[in-house]
Design a protein around this ligand. Structure first.
Ligand code: NDP
Ligand code: GDR
Length: 372
């Protein structure tokens, strides 16, 4: 039985990847951080009682800032495959916590690679690094491919640039099977609530049910190449099954604006929108309502405003990936379209909002977390 170790197992990708590897018969080990509240919601459904002899899903406490902890876990598990998905993954937050982000997203990768080497596992353990389209930042070529020069635009992206190159360096220096997946944005109902797609689907679902009044957004003209996380974790696994380690761009090859995503999400709720005003004064107004998914709204309601708090000190305006290499060499093609993904996310958030609304209507005060 193959053994895999996933850092960031409690995150969006970690949870889908753990599911995929369990389905494939792996023994899956994950590193979770200690937190004062439960932080395993995304993997609770695959939790297995460690007392059970046959348990194939095992969690270890750990942190990418702690070398001795990582070395101990890797020495205990002796994994065939390591997926380094753990990170402070929010670009805007990286401007607020640049040093922590550099430590975890940059040096954390070095700690993992060095632990593998130090333990003499460099010929056994294959390593996947969660690299990112943010490396392209101020884009030098469109669409972006494996050979496009990098120009990072945030502390997050600069830290990930270090991780990209240290992964290449360990491959070249020690003949390790180490690969970078340069993944463009990918989303799902499990996406963190403060990333733009989830903020939109959750915010609009709450507004439709009368739990929130207005969505406050930053740069809605940003352009992204969005795919579904399920498709992208499949590719993470495929990259470690090749004969030789290589880096791959993973993207859909389609680009849309944040504004377009707002329109799609609203349409899933039966709301048509009209954008009025310009720049910081721009708002989205309800132009029509059909169906029964937005009982709290009326024509003319303002449901989105621009808030300069959500602008970043340096923005990545446009990203569009060219996944040709992944298609040609690995036969990978994304199966879920961005519109299907948006619909799935809206429906999941609408379900949650309806549950909240029922509790509210029966006198149970259940505050909805609003800070995004
Ligand atoms: P999430 O933010 O959903 O998950 C990040 C995971 O990393 C969580 O499990 C988190 O733990 C964990 N983590 C955070 N800090 C530490 C730390 N100090 N030590 C150990 N673990 C830590 O991210 P995604 O699942 O979306 O992304 C996975 C990886 O892929 C990340 O590295 C991200 O930067 C990268 N990436 C993501 C893309 C995307 O569009 N989703 C695109 C390209 C790259 P906790 O749950 O406790 O917070
Ligand atoms: P990104 O994702 O920065 O691309 O990083 P995010 O969803 O945060 O932003 C995408 C774009 O939307 C604009 N935007 C807003 N973003 C947020 N979060 N909140 C807002 O209110 C808002 N308004 C507009 C942003 O300015 C940006 O242009 C994600 C993360 O998953 C990284 O870890 C990963 O490496 C990259 O995708 C690829």
């Amino acid at each position: 039985m193959k053994k895999a170790l996933i850092t960031g197992v409690t995150g969006q990708d970690g949870s889908y990847l753990a599911e995929l590897l369990l389905e494939k018969g792996y023994e899956v080990h994950g590193i979770k951080r200690r937190s004062s509240s439960f932080n395993t919601q995304r993997v609770d459904h695959i939790y297995q009682d460690p007392q059970t002899e046959k348990a194939r899903f095992k969690l270890h406490y750990g942190d990418l800032s702690d070398s001795s902890n990582l070395t101990r876990i890797i020495s205990e598990v002796e994994p065939d495959e390591v997926y380094n998905l753990g990170a402070q993954s929010h670009v805007a937050v990286s401007f607020e916590s640049p040093e922590y982000t550099a430590d975890v997203d940059g040096l954390g990768t070095l700690r993992m690679l060095e632990a593998i080497r130090f333990l003499g596992l460099e010929k056994k353990t294959r390593f996947y690094q969660a690299s990112t389209s943010e490396l392209y930042g101020m884009v030098q070529e469109t669409p972006q491919r494996e050979t496009t020069p990098f120009y990072p635009r945030s502390p997050y992206a600069v830290a990930k640039l270090y991780s990209y190159w240290i992964t290449v360096n360990y491959r070249e220096s020690y003949d390790m099977f180490a690969c970078n997946g340069i993944l463009f944005n990918h989303e799902s109902p499990r996406r963190g609530e403060t990333f733009v797609t989830r903020k939109i689907t959750r915010g609009l679902a709450n507004i439709a049910q009368g739990l929130e009044e207005c969505l406050y957004m930053g740069n809605i003209d940003a352009l992204r190449d969005w795919g579904h996380a399920k498709d992208y974790v499949r590719m993470q696994w495929m990259m470690l099954q090749q004969d030789n380690p290589e880096d791959f761009v993973i993207a859909t090859g389609e680009q849309h604006s944040v504004r377009q995503f707002i329109v799609w999400a609203a349409a899933e709720l039966g709301i048509t929108l009209e954008f009025r005003g310009e720049g910081l004064e721009e708002v989205a107004v309800v132009a029509g309502i059909y169906g029964d998914k937005a009982p709290a709204l009326q024509t003319g309601d303002v449901i989105m405003q621009i808030d300069p708090r959500y602008f970043r000190p340096a923005e990545v305006e446009t990203l569009l990936g060219d996944p040709s290499k992944a298609k040609q060499k690995l036969g990978w093609v994304p199966e879920i379209s961005v519109q299907e993904m948006c619909a799935e996310m809206v429906m999941a958030d609408l379900d949650a909002a309806r549950r909240h609304a029922v509790l509210r209507d029966h006198g149970f005060d259940m505050p909805v977390a609003l800070e995004a």
